[in-house]
Design a protein. Structure first.
Length: 369
């Protein structure tokens, strides 16, 4: 058994972030190790998840005050999950500098997953490249599925990344394009592994999930911020299937629609909603992955001009769905028929996911030796 210190965006009020953190920690525990998240929560990150943010102005600010009780409930759910479900250090750290004065006694440090290796993230800290450790620190240093988030960086940023990755004993990243970037910066082999949420199968996720109170068949709509998706398609899906619609995102335009709002969903409820959905419509990478773990019918929206572009925000969804043979579920425009929407043959994808999980677990086990 090894004592492992983990670093990732575990404190983000983002479903994908906290659930990928949970998944890697849980899998390491199942493997017999003791895990703990170094509780790095910079102010730059906390400011992103305030209930009423400084960026909220005008009608958006009024709307957030209107639904404040639900947003407050969601905020509390995330804080509970971060501090009670995830194993975190008792002490909270605000910066890489604060970590430099701390004497940790971990056998291994693991960085990942999520976009912690993207220096352009608002809440980025060099601690995610272990830059708080003294050069003489003898603990093993591993990355598991961090993402660079982009496929192109300025030369000065690449020089910094090149310097930062040198301290790692074993390196893996989430995307093949990220692996190509890192491989050019180091003489170490760079592996591509699955996102941490894939390390747990649907039975293991089922232990965390809270079953929805909603009893009727429903379409689950989950879009990342600042991307509203197609409101026309949501309406089309509702009408063609006859299903209810459950939405996570607090968009003003949807407030008066006959949709069920899951504004206050906890991470456990989030998992349960995906697990029991009759159809999922999402532009989220983790929304897409959870749809495939639970073998739900889904469509994964990508920007119209992104499908054949190398440097794009949707590349991770495209790469993943191509890998498991479900890239036909990528959506740009049009109105899919009901048969296409509700029928997916998961026989091949199930095998591909299982193989990808096995390869990634082998990487993790070998890295920890």
């Amino acid at each position: 058994m090894k004592k492992i210190g983990q670093l990732t965006f575990h404190g983000s009020h983002n479903y994908g972030s906290v659930l990928q953190a949970y998944a890697l920690s849980k899998k390491l525990q199942i493997m017999g190790h003791e895990t703990e998240f170094i509780n790095l929560r910079p102010e730059s990150q906390k400011s992103m998840y305030k209930i009423i943010r400084e960026s909220d102005v005008g009608i958006h600010k009024l709307f957030h005050y209107l639904i404040f009780p639900a947003l407050k409930k969601r905020y509390n759910h995330f804080e509970r999950f971060i501090n009670e479900v995830l194993p975190v250090t008792k002490k909270e750290y605000a910066s890489t500098e604060e970590l430099k004065s701390e004497l940790f006694d971990y056998d291994v440090y693991i960085c990942g997953g999520d976009q912690i290796w993207n220096p352009t993230c608002q809440d980025f800290e060099t601690a995610y490249y272990l830059q708080f450790l003294d050069a003489t620190n003898s603990a093993k240093k591993i990355s598991y599925s961090p993402s660079l988030g982009k496929t192109e960086f300025d030369e000065d940023v690449l020089c910094k990344i090149e310097k930062w990755v040198q301290s790692f004993d074993v390196i893996s990243v989430r995307e093949p394009r990220g692996a190509d970037i890192i491989q050019k910066l180091t003489d170490k082999t760079v592996y591509t592994v699955c996102d941490p949420v894939l390390l747990l199968d649907k039975k293991e996720w089922g232990k965390l999930a809270v079953k929805p109170r909603h009893k009727k068949p429903y379409i689950l709509v989950y879009f990342l911020e600042n991307n509203h998706g197609s409101k026309e398609l949501t309406e089309y899906l509702r009408k063609v299937t006859g299903y209810d619609v459950i939405i996570f995102n607090e968009y003003i335009r949807d407030f008066i629609k006959p949709y069920h709002k899951a504004y206050s969903a906890s991470p456990e409820e989030f998992v349960g909603l995906f697990m029991n959905a009759s159809l999922v419509y999402t532009n989220s990478f983790h929304g897409t992955v959870f749809s495939t773990i639970f073998e739900r019918p889904f469509i994964s929206a990508i920007a119209i001009d992104q499908e054949n572009t190398v440097n794009n925000n949707d590349s991770r969804k495209i790469d993943y769905l191509k890998k498991i043979g479900l890239d036909s579920r990528l959506y740009t425009t049009g109105k899919p028929d009901k048969k296409f929407l509700l029928q997916i043959d998961y026989s091949e994808a199930r095998k591909e996911i299982a193989d990808f999980r096995k390869e990634s677990l082998n990487y993790l086990m070998n890295a920890l030796q």
